[in-house]
Write a protein that binds this ligand. Structure first.
Ligand SMILES: Nc1nc2c(ncn2[C@@H]2O[C@H](COP(=O)(O)OP(=O)(O)O)[C@@H](O)[C@H]2O)c(=O)[nH]1
Ligand SMILES: [Mg+2]
Ligand SMILES: [Zn+2]
Length: 284
């Protein structure tokens, strides 16, 4: 019978089949062929001993967080503690694009935003085709809109520790009872509360809570970034030089679009910063 791996904890694989959770393990032969089942995998359980006997082909596969078959990613960023970073948000968005998974920006802690910062951010990201949702897990404002987005999909929450991912899950359904990390002022960052990837059932779909991380190492080249940075995909195909990095090359369609269009300069500056970071990492 077919099921889905919803959690892997201490070598125990939890597989959900028609609402029933089976605590099982993969067939020994997987290890020999170095197939490592992951959370999100659609699997076939043996009818006799309930061992995982087959892993069905994946539609998508993310390494960090390790999860497969995700339909959409909700990039959760808080407006304060930690404060919003255009650069980080764009870096994550580039990663999602590169992985071929549709991503949305979810801004949390609107109850703490003084100058309606979320409206400006939402407008800025709209110029590069990114849809933004704003929520407060404290007042519940904006949560209904997020719920609509989740129905019938496998959605993965991603973002910095302390951004409010687990809180958002509890806002969506208090029965999840996800443990919430206290944001530590002393450390300047939240404590790791969510330790592993888990899939929670939600209205004909699933929601994945993931551990937050403070840095994201992109396994991408400069050329990858120059193509997958949000808003650049289409224009980058029209640049005169096929390997154009959109920095100072002539007849660059991306620079034209970004500098002459209404795209805020902070977005193009974030691109240059990301490009520089990748370059330094690759060339030492
Ligand atoms: N004021 C306010 N605090 C929030 C909101 N969302 C989360 N928090 C707080 O932010 C901290 C980190 O939340 P948590 O959900 O554990 O973040 P995670 O690490 O992304 O899962 C906790 O102290 C939450 O109470 C919000 O919308 N408004
Ligand atoms: Mg968490
Ligand atoms: Zn270019």
């Amino acid at each position: 019978m077919e099921g889905i791996i919803v959690a892997i904890q201490y070598g125990v694989y939890s597989v959900e089949c028609d609402g029933v959770i089976y605590q099982t393990s993969p067939r020994g032969v997987f290890r020999k062929h170095s197939i490592k089942p992951m959370v999100g995998d659609r699997v076939i359980l043996d009818e006799g001993n309930f061992i995982i006997k087959d892993v069905l082909p994946r539609t998508t596969e993310l390494k960090r967080p390790a999860i497969s078959n995700v339909d959409q990613i909700l990039l959760v960023f808080s407006l304060s503690e930690p404060s919003f970073s255009y650069y980080l948000a764009l870096k994550y968005l580039t990663y999602c694009n590169y992985q071929g998974v549709k991503a949305y920006l979810v801004l949390t802690k609107t109850d703490k935003s003084l100058d309606k910062e979320e409206e400006r951010i939402s407008k800025d990201f709209g110029t590069i085709g990114i849809e933004t949702f704003s929520v407060s897990n404290l007042t519940g404002e904006g949560v209904e809109k997020v719920k609509e987005l989740l129905e019938g999909k496998v959605s993965c929450l991603m973002g910095q520790t302390g951004a409010g991912k687990s809180s958002l899950l509890n806002s969506v359904d208090p029965n999840y009872n996800r443990s919430i990390g206290e944001y530590s002022m002393a450390l300047g960052r939240g404590k790791h509360q969510t330790k592993e990837v888990v899939l929670l059932p939600y209205l004909n779909g699933y929601l994945a809570d993931t551990p937050g991380f403070s840095s994201l190492e992109l396994d991408m080249t400069e050329l990858d970034v120059s193509h997958y940075f949000p808003g650049m995909e289409e224009a980058s195909l029209k640049c005169f030089y096929p390997n154009c990095l959109h920095v100072s090359e002539p007849k660059c369609a991306v620079k034209e679009k970004f500098l002459e269009g209404n795209i805020p300069s902070i977005i193009y500056e974030s691109y240059l910063k990301l490009l520089q970071e990748i370059k330094e990492k690759r060339h030492g």
